[in-house]
Design a protein around this ligand. Structure first.
Ligand SMILES: CC(=O)Nc1ccn([C@H]2C[C@H](O)[C@@H](CO)O2)c(=O)n1
Length: 107
């Protein structure tokens, strides 16, 4: 299989793999340590747990977003309810005020 040349790498928890591959999940919300991605970047995507590559994506939008500004649209783009999304973010990052929204398309 020929692989696309990528600029960088990002990982996702395995439980989100199916939603990403089906196109149901089109954004991810990260902390400052992953705020360096830029529009146009091609990212190699692997599972966080075992570093298994499962797709490549291209970044189409990056923006700072306050946790308190999360809304139903963000939740829909994550294929979750807003309550689920807030719980997932708090589980991963603890109490966090500033997030970075990364919107992507599958390559
Ligand atoms: C290492 C690490 O932080 N990995 C992450 C962080 C976030 N996600 C997912 C979980 C939610 O769907 C969104 C919002 O944070 O992004 C992830 O899969 N892996």
């Amino acid at each position: 299989m020929s692989r696309i040349s990528c600029d960088a790498k990002i990982t996702f928890f395995e439980r989100f793999e199916a939603d990403i591959l089906s196109g149901a999940k089109t954004i991810t919300l990260r902390d400052e340590s992953e705020s360096h991605f830029r529009v146009g970047d091609r990212l190699s995507v692997s599972t966080f747990e075992t570093d298994r590559h499962f797709c490549d994506i291209q970044v189409v939008r990056v923006e700072e977003l306050a946790f308190d500004a999360l809304n139903q649209r963000h939740a829909a783009q994550e294929n979750m309810t807003l309550e689920q999304l807030k719980a997932v973010i708090t589980e991963i990052y603890g109490e966090i005020k500033t997030l970075y929204l990364i919107e992507y398309r599958l390559l």
